[in-house]
Every structure is written in C-alpha cells, then in structure tokens.
Design a protein around this ligand. Structure first.
Ligand code: S3P
Length: 439
C-alpha cells in the first residue's frame, strides 16, 4: 500500500471513559479461518476481526476453493475442504500488510501439491522471510523469493515434506506456526524450540480442531497427517487493540475504562505486567474461558506512572504493544529502558526508529538503541508525526494527545484498518478528541 493521505488530528486533554469492546483478536482470527478451511465439516467463527489483514487470509482461502459465508460483519461460516482439499489459486494470493498471513500461509502452502505465489504491500515486501524459507527448505519445500523477501513463489513438492527438529533463533509465533502448519503435511514429527515462549494460539486452536499437539513453554511439536475436525470458534477481543485504551486511560488522570472480553493468554499479557510495574491501576474482572483462551474484563484507571526497565524476558509477550508502551514511558516519571527488543525493527515499520523520531518531534527525550530505546518521561508539546503507514504507531500517538500540551497531527493512518476497524469512532466515543481528515 502506498502512503495514504488519511490523517488524525487529536486535540490535547480529555479523559477516557466507558465500557468498550475492541474488535476480535487478529492472531486468533487468522488461525480460525486457516484451520476451519482445512477441517472436515462446517465451522462457525464469531467475533472475527474483519480488519484488512484477516480479510486477506479469508480471500486467499476463497481463491483456493473454500466456501466462506459472511453471516455478519464478525460472523463467518466456513465450509472446510479437509487437509488435502485446497485447489490451486488462479492468481497470486495477496497478503496485504500482514506478516502473520504471509508467514503462516507460506508453511501451509509449502505442503500443497500445487504451486502458488504470495504477494504483499510495500511494507510487507520489505520484511524478512528467510526465517520461514530456510527451515521450510530443510523440510523439502522449494520457495523462491527476492533475496529473502516477497513475492514468494512456493513450488509444488514432489514426494512431500519431511518433519524436522528446529531450534529457532527468534522467539516468533509466526515462524513456529508456519512450521507447525507445514508439519501437518509432513512425514513424521515437526518440532520447534524457541529462545522464549511466543504466543501459543496455534497450539491451542490445533487442539480445538482435534489435532494432537505437544506444547510447553518454548516448545511445540506435531505429527504429520492428522486431519482436522470442524469446530466453532469464539474470538476474544484483541489485547493488542485494548492496549491503546489501557495506556490512554493509565496516563490520563480521571479516566476509568473497562475493556470487555479481552484475551489474557499468558503469552500475550506482557502489557498488563509492564503497566502494573509502572504503577498503573488495572483490575482483571470476570475471568473466564472463551474458545480455548482465557479472557477477562480489564478495568483501568488513570494514575501516575513511573519509568521501568524492560528486558528480553517480557518482550515476546508484549511484542506488538511497545509503540504504545513507549508513549506510556513518555509520561512516566523518570527513565524507561527497553532492551532485547530488536524484533521491533522488522515489524510493519522499524518501530524503534519510527517511535523514537515521533517522540522526539513532540519534544520527548528518547534515544534509539539497536535493540530498544531509552526514554525520559517529560512534557510533550504536540506537533506532527509520521506513522509510516504503521497502524500501531498511528494509534499510539493518538493516545499520546491525552497528555500533550498542543494538538498532535498523525500522518498516513489508513492502515489502522488492518487491525482496528472503527478505532477513530470508538476512541472519540470514549473521550479522545480525535478528528479524521483525508481518505
Ligand atoms: C503474530 C506474532 C507476532 C506479532 C504479530 C502476530 C502471530 O510476530 O508481532 O503481530 O499472529 O503469530 P512474531 O511471531 O514474528 O514476533
């Protein structure tokens, strides 16, 4: 996607109030469409995130012959074709802005008896794909790329894939899930070890679809050839989208927000741990299970935050929340230091550089390091920042305006639709003084 001229202008001040439901979890929505498509029988998905990333995944399966009915904006009925029932797509599969879609689909397509091509937008075409191409090649897949980047041409495999035992150098659920999906098509067992535990939605959902999987912290394994049984999946609200409101309310005194039915999977709840360490007042209410995932209503009230040190052990469980955590740090008393987060450099944008540039443009003292940032909490004067088309950067700076002294204008915000359709309306309804201009 090229640079959009959609911008947000957010007037300073205000508080956040209300009981809000943010859209469905992006990671879980992708996986639900994938597994339901490969299952025998009909599955229903409720709470589906109808953001552009997950719609790319849905359209890819429709192109491969899967009938998917949209019973409502967030309600899908998927007529699964079985593990070996996909058909060759007539043209390239467009994964848009989504790294999850591209990497998981790459694994799944590597096991098919037909060739396929995966393409993406400008941001996705810059992101590293060798992390999946190399282990898939060891399994017997043949994938051609542009020096490790999309477009990816996945060839049909002769003789099928072989299981592998893989020590992943990065804690990445995308890499792990890619290999587990390929592992369904492989002879023997596919095992993945990781340096830190990454999100385990694939493993949980495998079980919901009747796949036996062995999983513990930092390890997951699956035996090839297992078939999937249709299952109905209720998708929790996305903690990564809730994060903007958690931080927005935490930094603005007088705010009181409850975010309902939010996924609090322990591989994803680093934002709650870190904000609490910073002194935020967050209560987990009504804890329960939804679709094999733990959920809760999260109540957050404005408080004074203090700077913290965040090291590698918390990075994977909060990986998508660092842009907004950097905003929390900008208003905290003292210094916040983040280390071990070099993965942020290869997300939808280089999130260390983009956030550091934006914070500095607004008057905050921040220093980018190769694997993180040092931020001194202080006064933010307002001004203009460029999100570089990164949805999470755009929403993070929107929340910063709650405590800024002047309006903040945020450029290139169209990609907010990839993960959080309706953000501007929901945020404005909760009290953010946000106006949208351009298209
Ligand atoms: C995701 C995993 C994470 C995360 C991304 C979604 C997933 O990426 O940043 O937004 O759904 O598996 P990595 O696994 O590459 O860290």
């Amino acid at each position: 996607m090229n640079q959009s001229n959609l911008s947000y202008t957010v007037a300073p001040g205000g508080q956040l109030h209300g009981r809000l439901r943010v859209p469905g979890d992006k990671s879980i929505s992708h996986r639900a469409v994938m597994l339901a498509s490969l299952a025998d029988g009909v599955s229903e998905i409720t709470g589906f995130l109808s953001g552009e990333d997950c719609l790319c995944t849905m359209k890819a399966f429709q192109k491969m012959g899967v009938r998917i009915e949209r019973l409502g904006d967030t309600h899908l009925r998927v007529h699964g074709v079985g593990l070996r029932g996909l058909k060759a797509p007539a043209s390239a599969l467009d994964m848009g802005n989504s790294g999850t879609a591209m990497r998981l689909m790459c694994g799944l397509l590597a096991g098919q008896p037909f060739a396929s091509t995966l393409i993406g937008d400008a941001s996705l075409s810059r992101r590293p794909m060798k992390r999946v191409i190399n282990p898939l090649a060891t399994m017997g897949a043949r994938i051609e790329s542009q020096d490790g980047r999309a477009p990816l041409q996945v060839q049909a495999v002769q003789g099928g894939l072989k299981g592998l035992r893989y020590d992943s150098p990065v804690a990445s659920a995308q890499v792990k899930s890619c290999l587990l999906l390929a592992g369904l098509y492989a002879q023997g067992r596919t095992e993945v070890y990781e340096p830190e535990a990454s999100r385990d939605h694939t493993e949980r959902m495998f079980r919901a679809f009747g796949i036996e999987v062995e999983a513990r912290e930092g390890y997951a394994a699956v035996q090839g050839g297992q078939s999937l049984r249709a299952a109905d999946i209720a998708v929790p609200a996305d903690i990564s989208s809730a994060a903007f409101f958690l931080v927005g309310a935490a930094i603005s005194p007088g705010s009181d927000v409850t975010l309902v039915e939010v996924g609090i999977n322990p591989t994803r709840d680093g934002i709650v741990t870190i904000l609490r360490q910073m002194g935020a007042q967050i209560d987990l209410l009504n804890e329960r299970q939804l679709g094999g995932e733990p959920v809760a209503d999260l109540r957050v009230r404005g408080s004074r935050l203090k700077g913290v040190h965040i090291g590698k052990e918390l990075v994977a469980s909060a990986i998508d929340e660092f842009p907004v955590l950097f905003v929390a740090a900008a208003f905290a008393e003292g210094e916040t230091v983040v280390t071990g987060a070099e993965e942020l450099r290869v997300k939808e944008s280089d999130r260390i550089q983009t956030m550091c540039d934006g914070l500095r443009a607004l008057g905050i003292s921040a220093i980018a390091t190769p694997d993180g940032m040092r931020i001194c909490g202080g006064r933010m004067h307002g001004g203009e920042v460029d999100s570089h088309g990164d949805h999470r950067i755009a929403m993070s700076f929107a929340m910063a305006a709650l405590c800024a002294e002047q309006p903040i204008r945020i450029l290139d915000c169209l990609n907010v639709n990839t993960s959080f359709p309706g953000f501007a309306t929901l945020a404005a309804g909760a009290g953010l003084r946000l106006t949208v201009s351009g298209s």
